[in-house]
Design a protein around this ligand. Structure first.
Ligand SMILES: Cc1ncc(COP(=O)(O)O)c(C=O)c1O
Length: 374
């Protein structure tokens, strides 16, 4: 693996992580049973003001189980944005349901909620709403539409733990909401995920599915097909220490974003992220740049030049309607979603990890200026 001078993400693990992890090793509970799992789930549920929190092995696993818990049938329709990670569409395709894609808002990069209602048919059952790159989906109109048409909402909060929409925590809107604890997320356990809900049936189903649908009365007798998506006590011990610092992490993330904003705002060639809207303040999960049509430098060249300086960057998502595997399976043959397409071809994000220093950010800003101003 190439080591960058400034990696695109480096987590911050300098609180109680080591202490709790050592306690876990000392107790000998390293798999999925153990006090830390229960404690982490309890504290997570409390933070989101939800009755149930079910830890799982990744954000992708969380989406799979959340989706399965809603009992969607073949040919039923699910609305989601094209500009998101493939994890959002996997459970839909695997269930034989029909994904219906929405284009993004060019300013917030989130699903354009004004385009949802036109796509609703008698077969629509669910909206999957992932918050993208640090700004939330405009949840009020989305929830209004969901209520009007009796649709369930899966709120994918993988990138948005700690983000607020009109002072309400993201992840608390959906009938079921999902989170990821991969190393680049606001809190990390290496790999990991969480599902939260107030619905007992959804919670029970997710718990059962995560544990290969073992049944309580007679072990090894199964009435349903599940997965092993269990989360470990080791991971939970780190998660608990990370959760203690979430509020500080959010402050740091905003600071990272604002330092970049200040340093990069006078460069004409690209658009920088919006700092706030009337409903939210950006928490810059990642700090994205979108090159304008008249940029003198292409995305590829910019990334290459930054790489030469030891600065790692990453492309934006590739839109779902242009994913080779989905096209091969016959999906989205004649679909055009211009905003998602533009973002994917012209967007990149800069190092935005919680361990980044202001000196490192200054280095990144200086090099970008040098590239554009020569
Ligand atoms: C919006 C979104 N949903 C889901 C996931 C999947 O999470 P994981 O990598 O933990 O499977 C990610 C990962 O980055 C994500 O950005």
């Amino acid at each position: 693996m190439k080591k960058y001078k400034i990696p695109v993400n480096e987590p911050s693990l300098i609180g109680n992580e080591k202490k709790y992890l050592l306690r876990c090793l000392k107790d000998g509970y390293i798999s999925s049973s153990g006090a830390f799992v229960k404690e982490f789930e309890k504290k997570f549920a409390k933070r989101l003001k939800k009755k149930y929190a079910i830890s799982v092995s990744s954000g992708t696993a969380a989406l799979q189980l959340a989706f399965e818990s809603l009992n969607i049938k073949k040919k039923e329709e699910v609305i989601l944005p094209s500009f998101t990670i493939i994890s959002c569409i996997l459970p839909i395709v695997r269930a034989g349901a029909v994904p219906v894609l929405i284009d993004s808002d060019p300013i917030t990069w989130n699903m354009d909620v004004n385009k949802i209602e036109k796509k609703i048919t008698r077969k629509t059952r669910v909206i999957i709403a992932p918050h993208i790159y640090g700004m939330p989906v405009d949840m009020d109109p989305l929830m209004k539409i969901a209520k009007k048409y009796k649709l369930k909402v899966i709120e994918d909060t993988a990138e948005a733990l700690g983000l607020k929409y009109k002072n309400k925590e993201c992840g608390s809107f959906g009938d079921v909401s999902t989170f990821s604890f991969y190393a680049n997320k606001h809190i990390t356990t290496g790999e990991g995920g969480m599902i939260v809900t107030n619905d007992k049936q959804i919670a029970e189903k997710c718990k059962s599915l995560r544990n290969i649908c073992f049944n309580d009365k007679r072990r090894f007798l199964h009435y349903d097909l599940g997965w092993n998506y269990r989360f470990t006590n080791l991971q939970s011990s780190i998660g608990l220490a990370q959760l203690e610092k979430l509020n500080r992490f959010v402050i740091k993330k905003r600071k990272i974003g604002q330092i970049y904003n200040k340093g990069l705002s006078n460069i004409e060639a690209f658009n920088i992220p919006l700092d706030k809207t009337k409903y939210a303040k950006n928490i810059y999960w990642v700090y994205g740049l979108v090159l304008k049509k008249n940029s003198p430098i292409s995305l590829k060249v910019l990334m290459k030049k930054l790489k030469k300086y030891g600065i790692e960057t990453r492309n934006f998502f590739w839109p779902l309607h242009q994913q080779p595997i989905l096209r091969k399976m016959g999906f989205f043959r004649n679909i055009k979603l211009p905003v998602a397409e533009y973002l994917s071809k012209n967007g990149l994000y800069l190092p935005t990890g919680l361990a980044i220093t202001s000196l490192q950010q200054k280095f990144v800003i200086d090099k970008i200026k040098k590239i554009f101003f020569k």
